[in-house]
Design a binder for this molecule. Structure first.
Ligand code: FES
Length: 102
């Protein structure tokens, strides 16, 4: 996982490790992570593609005010993953317009 583990000011208390599924692949996250932070910590940064030019989109505002992080979560499209907590067994998929994202 890509995580900051040490910091001169902040402390990182131990949290429960959970498993969720990104496009069928099991990944781990910490309880309390958002879906977006869990994906980024697993090296996944492309969450959807832009509507017109089909360019990859990922985390942008990180506060639920844009549409850059929309994904399909548990079969529901248009979920803002930057403000949605990840849960045990959750399924997450990229939101594609024509299914050609790398
Ligand atoms: S990154 Fe802007 S709403 Fe999630």
């Amino acid at each position: 996982m890509r995580r900051i583990t040490e910091h001169p000011i902040l402390e990182f208390p131990e949290r429960k490790v959970i498993t969720f599924y990104f496009e069928g692949k099991p990944l781990t996250a910490y309880e309390g992570d958002t879906v977006a932070s869990a994906l980024i910590s697993n090296g996944i940064q492309a969450f959807r593609e832009s509507i017109e030019l089909h360019r990859p989109r990922g985390m942008f505002c990180a506060i639920g005010n844009c549409s850059s992080c929309l994904m399909v979560v548990n079969g529901v499209p248009n979920v803002r993953t930057c403000v949605t907590p990840v849960e045990e067994g959750m399924t997450v998929e990229r939101q594609l317009n024509r299914g050609v994202m790398p």
